[in-house]
Write a protein that binds this ligand. Structure first.
Ligand code: ATP
Length: 947
């Protein structure tokens, strides 16, 4: 009996049987049970119309289904066309697009009489260098200080379409510290930034698209050159297990994978947003002189998108990187010290490497130096030709930030300029503009057509629903699809990876401390945490024994993320606390410590596809193929994950964004004499109390009212503008007259110069790193203005960094090498970590204190000045030799004082004085060479020599 017949004849049969109920026999019972047995299920009744219905409706259903197929094909064609047009558009615009955003002056910000120096129109930034001199930079788009987050995102949005089309993409914010990178990417409470908007747009467009997507979210930071997973909280107790270390792997196709990076499947925007907020909380920030919540790392968000049923997509799995880079900073200005200094150096170094990579890409160089930093390694497959990149360079409008602004704009120009020196002609530009406008128009047509087709599909789906009683686009269909996948998942072989305690592993297979450091375990040293505490970690606590699955991607393009059953790994660790006391680091779970194991059923998340309004037949057709792939991707539920993290974070007190750290840690004074300590205290007081920018007026006041003499370095820091004027106008250098300008004298500033560089030979203690070790960012001038700015160079760890150096060139482009920096850099008190360019020093010499000022400073007994009245350059010369005396930090203060003693005004004038001072230089240098300063000769000895 077929099911349709049975239903129709059911009533008749029952009726006839009931008619015989008086004669209930075994036959009757048999007949009823026969009927019941052959009854079709409710579902099949719905799904399978009766024969007569089929006869009636069959044609119309198959017609509708055909129509649906045609429309689906049509929409797919439109998607392909849209992708092509978008690509053409990007080809014209450039796969790497550069926007510039100018930060507004904050309310209450102390500008003094320093004027804003940055002006802009929609494509151009104009820097007012002097009254009659300016320099302009062109970008794809410039956002003036009043631009809203909306405006910014509107420009960024097209890249999201490319992501849907299967391209890797990267949006990153670059700029000086405190210029608004985090504001642009993260946004504020009122105005969300690019990250949340981009993710929202991605989900929206995924829904609009005719495919099913699987989207996962990851977040990491690169802190001091190490990768840290921001979705895994830092261990807070000695007993907490270390998070698995992240390492970068390259697959045979050149795709980049990050081993052990947590990737959490997200079904909608809200889930992603919650994870993003969680990750932001764990980001390393600290207070610096430039920014109260300065990001001390590069924060990177990865949204991976997988779509199995779209052949027209560029890749099956692609990713979007949203990167908030750490701020480039000049040590001179931020006065960073200790850890802050190291962080700044690490940031600058990786930014420099990023610039090199992009530059090499733009120039189509054979070798792209990706391996120079973790940042470029991670972004390797998202920066090349086949990906889309947007860089947002941030600048400050303030006059005092002009140096950094020039550096940032030069960097951005370097990124942008596709063919340096081959700028498009006006005609070519116009043609490009027309072509782009055409493409945009065409794109709009396609979008409109897509909307029409989509509405047709919806109508047809409704019709189909009426006929069949089902809705292919309904939630039930989705559920059916999900449960199908789930069933397949349970049936299939599931591989999971759990941690094997190191005690189980033979000793020779355990990672050494060095190998861990190399593989990135070093990042687990959290801020303010003692390394030794971490290394003594023995046993995880039970509260962490909750299941979390880490993703496994075996067959995707990025298939190295591993799956970890945390519960089992912790259980194992708990069991095996055994006496592996010999290995202090045995708790560190590096990638070598994993092995395959079974995954608990409850750890598996349900299907998570952002399913589109597709017909069930389409889904069924592809489901088996998808299931095979999905088998290899397992994610934890967002809620579970967040719950876990919440409990972790409540237990932890780590790195909230509000947590601040002192910008300038107190330097060690262990070995200093009492006198020295007192003097240092004064300097320290000054450093801590001086937070605001002192403008020219204040400086003038200092000079005229005989204010306390400051270390000359401070004067320089507060006077960047004059230095710049000097830079851009040679004439002005000779004309500069400030109330502070006095004759040069003896100061405690030390100068490193090519002349004495050979004498001192103390490069390892010095402000600049050796040329072969430092990696300067070389800026190339793009016009004949002759303005070359060289940004901060990187010194290797433990070395103090050289500051920016400006070189005046009258024509052509040139590159500035570390050696040049060497010869031009001038440092102040060596252990202050502050250094100057030669020009800065010149500038500061011109601003040497007045006599009254000098007297005051003399009474301070430290950093006293004895400026001569006219020869500032002569003073500079004199300073150069004194640099040689400071090869030993313990001695240098003692030696400094006699040079700082006043000589009297009369002695400082005339040719004799110059000659005398030159002799002094030679004597001092010779003494230094003989090592006499180490033989106990004190001030008087040196002083006597000079008289
Ligand atoms: N366009 C803007 N509109 C309003 N406020 C802004 C804007 N840009 C930056 N700010 C404000 O400036 C301050 C510093 O910004 P932010 O922290 O984003 O700088 P940053 O470049 O990320 O610094 P760092 O590199 O040190 O992390 C913040 O208080 C921020 O709100």
């Amino acid at each position: 009996m077929d099911s349709g017949k049975s239903i129709r004849s059911l009533a008749v049969s029952l009726h006839s049987l009931l008619g015989l109920k008086a004669h209930l026999t075994s036959n009757w019972v048999k007949s009823v049970s026969e009927i019941i047995k052959t009854l079709p299920t409710e579902k099949s009744v719905d799904m399978q119309p009766t024969k007569s219905d089929t006869d009636d409706d069959g044609d119309s259903i198959s017609k509708i289904q055909d129509e649906l197929t045609v429309l689906n094909n049509h929409i797919n064609q439109l998607n392909i066309k849209r992708r092509q047009i978008l690509n053409e558009f990007f080809d014209l615009k450039g796969n790497i697009r550069v926007f510039c955003r100018i930060r507004p002056i904050a309310f209450g910000e102390n500008l003094g009489h320093l004027r804003p120096v940055v002006a802009s129109n929609s494509n151009e930034v104009v820097l007012k260098l002097m009254e009659n001199k300016s320099k302009s930079y062109n970008f794809d788009k410039v956002f003036h200080p009043g631009s809203s987050q909306d405006e910014v995102f509107t420009e960024v949005e097209p890249i999201i379409k490319s992501v849907i089309d299967g391209y890797n993409a990267c949006i990153f914010a670059y700029g000086q510290t405190g210029t608004g990178k985090t504001f642009t990417m993260e946004g504020s409470a009122d105005t969300t930034g690019i990250v949340p908007r981009a993710i929202e747009a991605l989900f929206k467009q995924a829904v609009d698209c005719n495919h099913a997507f699987l989207i996962s979210f990851s977040m990491l930071e690169i802190y001091m050159g190490n990768l840290k997973d921001l979705l895994v909280p830092k261990p807070t107790k000695a007993t907490d297990p270390m998070p698995p270390c992240l390492s970068i792997q390259t697959d045979p196709k050149g795709g980049i994978e990050i081993d052990n990076l947590v990737a959490i499947k997200v079904n909608d925007f809200n889930q992603a947003l919650r994870l993003y907020r969680l990750g932001c909380r764990f980001r390393t920030t600290a207070s610096t002189n430039s920014n109260l919540t300065s990001s001390r790392s590069h924060s990177m968000i990865r949204v991976a998108i997988t779509c199995f049923d779209a052949a027209e997509r560029r890749r099956e799995t692609n990713k979007l990187w949203l990167v908030d880079l750490g701020g480039s900073e000049r040590v001179l200005k931020t006065k960073a010290w200790g850890k802050r200094l190291d962080e700044g150096k690490a940031i600058n170094l990786s930014l420099s490497a990023l610039g090199d990579v992009i530059s090499a890409l733009q120039r189509k160089r054979h070798h792209i130096p990706y391996r120079n930093s973790k940042l470029t390694q991670v972004l390797k497959d998202s920066l090349g030709d086949d990906s889309k990149t947007i860089m947002l360079v941030h600048v400050s409008p303030k006059e005092e930030d002009l140096c950094e602004t020039i550096c940032s704009l030069n960097f951005a120009t370097r990124v942008k300029s596709v063919h340096l020196g081959n700028e498009d002609t006006i005609e070519a530009k116009e043609q490009k503009g027309v072509a782009m406008a055409d493409l945009q128009q065409e794109m709009k047509h396609i979008e409109d057509e897509r909307l029409l087709v989509r509405s047709d599909i919806e109508k047809i789906n409704k019709k189909l629903e009426n006929l069949t009683g089902t809705n292919p686009s309904s939630e039930e269909q989705l559920e059916a699809f999900h449960s199908l996948i789930k069933d397949q998942l349970t049936k299939s072989r599931i591989v999971d990876i759990t941690v094997t305690p190191l005690s189980k592993v033979p000793r020779f297979m355990r990672p050494t401390i060095c190998s861990k450091r190399k593989s990135g375990t070093g990042h687990q040293t959290s801020e303010g945490r003692d390394d030794t505490v971490l290394t003594r970690r023995r046993r995880p606590t039970s509260h962490r024994a909750e299941s979390v699955s880490f993703p496994v991607k075996d067959h995707s393009e990025y298939n190295s993320d591993r799956s970890i059953s945390r519960s089992s790994c912790l259980a194992e660790l708990n069991m095996k606390i055994s006496a592996d006391n010999a290995t202090e680091c045995s708790q560190d779970t590096s990638e070598t410590d994993f092995k395959s194991n079974g995954l608990q059923e409850q750890e598996r998340a349900p299907g998570s596809l952002i399913s589109q309004k597709v017909g069930i037949s389409h889904i069924q057709k592809n489901s088996s193929r998808q299931v095979n792939k999905i088998n290899h991707i397992k994610f934890s539920k967002v809620d579970n994950w967040l719950h876990l993290q919440k409990s972790e974070s409540t237990l932890s007190s780590c790195s909230q964004r509000t947590k601040r750290v002192l910008a300038v840690p107190i330097p060690e004074r262990k070995h200093k004499t009492n006198v020295q300590s007192k003097a240092d205290e004064k300097v320290q007081d000054y450093v801590y109390t001086k937070q605001e920018v002192v403008n020219h007026d204040k400086l003038n006041n200092h000079a005229t009212t005989g204010a306390v003499g400051k270390p000359i370095s401070e004067v320089v820091i507060e006077k960047p503008l004059k230095m710049l004027r000097d830079l851009f106008n040679e004439d002005s250098r000779s004309d500069v007259t400030t109330p502070l300008q006095t004759t040069g004298g003896e100061t405690t500033i030390q100068v490193q110069h090519s002349v004495d560089g050979s004498l001192t030979g103390d490069s390892e203690n010095d402000t600049s790193s050796p040329p072969d070790e430092c990696s300067p960012r070389l800026e190339e001038c793009e016009d004949g203005n002759g303005v070359n700015a060289m940004s901060t160079t990187q010194a290797p760890e433990g070395k103090i960094q050289s500051s920016d150096c400006f070189l005046l060139k009258n024509s052509g482009c040139s590159e500035c090498y570390p050696s040049e920096l060497y010869t031009t850099s001038v440092c102040s008190k060596r252990d202050s970590g502050v250094s100057f360019s030669m020009l800065e020093l010149e500038s500061c010499c011109q601003q040497a204190p007045t006599e009254s000022n000098m007297e005051d400073s003399e009474t301070q007994g430290f950093y006293s000045f004895q400026p001569s009245e006219k020869e500032t350059r002569h003073g500079l010369l004199q300073l150069k030799s004194q640099r040689a005396l400071f090869t030993n930090s313990e001695n240098h203060e003692d030696l400094a004082v006699p040079f700082g003693k006043p000589e009297g005004k009369a002695q400082n004038t005339g040719i004799c004085h110059v000659v005398k001072q030159k002799i002094e230089i030679l004597c001092s240098s010779a003494l230094l060479g003989l090592g006499l300063y180490n033989l106990g000769f004190d001030h008087d000895f040196f002083y006597g020599l000079m008289l």
